[in-house]
Design a protein around this ligand. Sequence first.
Ligand SMILES: [Zn+2]
Ligand SMILES: [Zn+2]
Length: 268
Amino acid sequence: MELAVLGSGSRGNAFAVRARGVSMLLDAGFGPQTLTKRAERVGIDLGALVGVVLTHEHGDHARGAGRIARAAGCPVYASAGTLAALADRLGDVPRHRIEPLRPLSIGPFSLTGCHTSHDAAEPMAFVVSTTGGKLGLAYDLGRPTTAVRYLLRDVTTLLLEANHDEIMLRTGNYPPAVRERIAGAGGHLSNRAAAELVAELIHEGLELVVLVHLSDRCNRSDLARSEVERALAGRRFRGKVLVALQDEPLPPITVAREPSQFELALTG
Ligand SMILES: [Zn+2]
Ligand SMILES: [Zn+2]
């Protein structure tokens, strides 16, 4: 399975996964033109989508969903609450409900979701797997819950929110109500909270952590990366940490499969 980080941040989020010649979009938080242009740059044909999967209805995740799905002739997949919140915007696009912790097959992909703590109708985090790898996506979450930890326990590639630096948020120029929302249980994960969660989730198969949904006002990529790398230092993590960009796709990433016990024994 291949992953394309098409862009991530407070102003829009979208990822594509590709396997056996077809692709699936995870969130569509840019307009159709931007999405199409970025997908083309990383060799993904949005006309060959098997589905558009949405974490929740906020514009920075769902803005282009209806138009992209309609153009591709594929369904939108989301929780019942998210689909209800988007009913007007999706119009006649076919849709499928995602039930928590119940795996769903979409083309060559298996998708499992769980609820997250965020101020939206029924937001979810996801794991996508194929025979070739397992990817987790968790962002827009105020707190990591037991369900999220369970869902992400054995992914080989982890896309995790590192929204804000706690000091920059506290000293920045947001009105107090906004600041409290961001830091609250229905808000966003700080660099520190992301670092703690990554440290908890380390296992031998975890090869890549991509930090996503960085705030452009209360974070910097060097701060997010160093906070997470500090939490990983001295642990058994042999993988890489990348930071997603808001305005540019990252070069395509191969999502590794879980190494076998035999391979683990060989590498010590
Ligand atoms: Zn968001
Ligand atoms: Zn949101």
